[in-house]
Design a protein around this ligand. Structure first.
Ligand SMILES: Cc1ncc(COP(=O)(O)O)c(C=O)c1O
Length: 383
């Protein structure tokens, strides 16, 4: 099987597995226990916290472990809204992950004023749009949440400008860096976001652990109660082995950049070229974006059924995704493509290819050939 769906999950990397394996029987205890096995687990947890903090250029005490990106996004958006008291303002881009959009929707049901910021045809949010929307100095607690890079089409946002604008208006800035981390430089020294989401499994770390970085003691209301772990903001027994795996994955990703990014970019250009040659009317989503993620390519094929194409590719040994789950009533099934103005009349197959450490030029060549074959067959069978 050729696996080109690393943006969904990057399988556990061998060095990560090795680090975690070495800790079995050594640190798989409760870090809150006062005995020495508990103390050992606590030091492994804190060492991992330090590695993650260093990778993101922030302080160890800013890193709060959670169960992953969804939970971190919810804690950032809903936790901010609930801590802010009545009627906070929350501005989110139209292309956010559902973990942000649905948390904002919940906040709106609880009294927050939520505004959706439109994007252009490449999925990019023009910082001037944020500037205009924010107007003067914030009169109520205000949160701006814009992802560092998009998970479906790979458009990288101008987070530095957006953060500066938010701060200039007295707003708090959250960014979901789940897809950007390890693929483009993500540094809180460069972009001083107040809240930042990361998760381990997109980096070849274990599923089920992530972090919310919270700087400057931004007030947050916990979403769960019953323990003092993670400053009471994410209570419950912590996961030292998971944290150690997460730390190794983020350290590796950081050390391997920029070589990994250059390699992926070359593969992406190659794949795009081969697909275009075989399918001249292919649409590349976010093609003109100022910056795109190096490891991700999203394309659309008109006149081709998406489910049939994904199944054909799976049978041919190519694992890719459409980039989003289908939502009934929407032409493409994707709120991101809808926000970019992509609303085809007929069948439209979206394919998202995403590379990882194991992806080779031969994988890309085989994938392009199989896509071309399957599209030709499916289009022929529809005629
Ligand atoms: C941009 C983005 N945010 C959040 C998430 C959710 O992360 P997790 O799977 O760790 O809950 C994902 C996962 O697809 C994502 O791509």
């Amino acid at each position: 099987m050729i696996y080109l769906d690393h943006a969904a999950t990057c399988p556990l990397r061998k060095p990560v597995w090795d680090v975690m394996g070495r800790l079995v029987g050594d640190a798989d205890f409760n870090p809150a226990s006062v005995h020495s096995p508990g103390g050992r687990a606590a030091s492994v947890l804190e060492e991992a916290r330090q590695v993650i903090a260093t990778a993101l250029s922030t302080k160890r005490s800013d890193v709060l472990f959670t169960g992953g990106g969804t939970q971190s996004d919810n804690l950032a958006v809903l936790g901010f809204s609930r801590a802010a008291g009545p009627g906070p303002r929350i501005l989110v881009s139209a292309v956010e992950h559902k973990a942000v959009l649905e948390a904002a929707r919940r906040a709106a049901a609880e009294g927050a004023v939520v505004e959706i910021l439109p994007v252009d045809a490449t999925g990019w949010l023009d910082p001037r749009t944020l500037e205009e929307r924010l107007g003067g100095k914030a009169e109520v607690p205000t949160l701006v949440s814009v992802m560092w890079a998009n998970s479906e089409v790979g458009t990288v946002q101008s987070v530095r400008d957006l953060c500066e604008i938010a701060h200039g208006h007295g707003a708090t800035f959250h960014t979901d860096a789940v897809q950007a981390c390890g693929k483009v430089p993500v540094s809180l020294a460069e972009v001083p976001a107040d809240l930042l989401t990361v998760t381990a499994h997109k980096l070849g770390g274990p599923v089920g652990i992530g972090a919310l970085v919270r700087r400057g003691e931004i007030p947050l209301e916990p979403l769960a109660y019953g323990g003092s772990q993670e400053k009471s903001l994410w209570p419950g027994t912590q996961n030292p082995l998971g944290a150690a795996g997460f730390a190794e994955a983020i350290r590796l990703a950081r050390d391997e950049m920029p070589e990994s990014a250059d390699r992926w970019r070359a593969l992406r250009v190659e794949l795009e070229g081969q697909l275009r040659a075989a399918i001249p009317d292919l649409r590349v989503h976010g093609e003109e974006a100022p910056v795109r993620l190096p490891h991700l390519l999203s394309v659309g094929v008109e006149g081709c059924d998406q489910a049939a194409l994904l199944t054909a590719l799976d049978l041919a040994g190519i694992a890719v995704s459409a980039g989003s789950a289908c939502a009934s009533g929407a032409a493409t099934g994707s709120h991101v493509l809808e926000a970019m103005g992509i609303r085809p009349d007929g069948p439209y197959a979206v394919l998202r290819f995403s590379f990882g450490p194991s992806t080779t030029a031969a994988d890309v060549e085989t994938a392009a050939m199989q896509v071309a074959r399957s599209v030709e067959r499916l289009r022929g069978s529809d005629a």
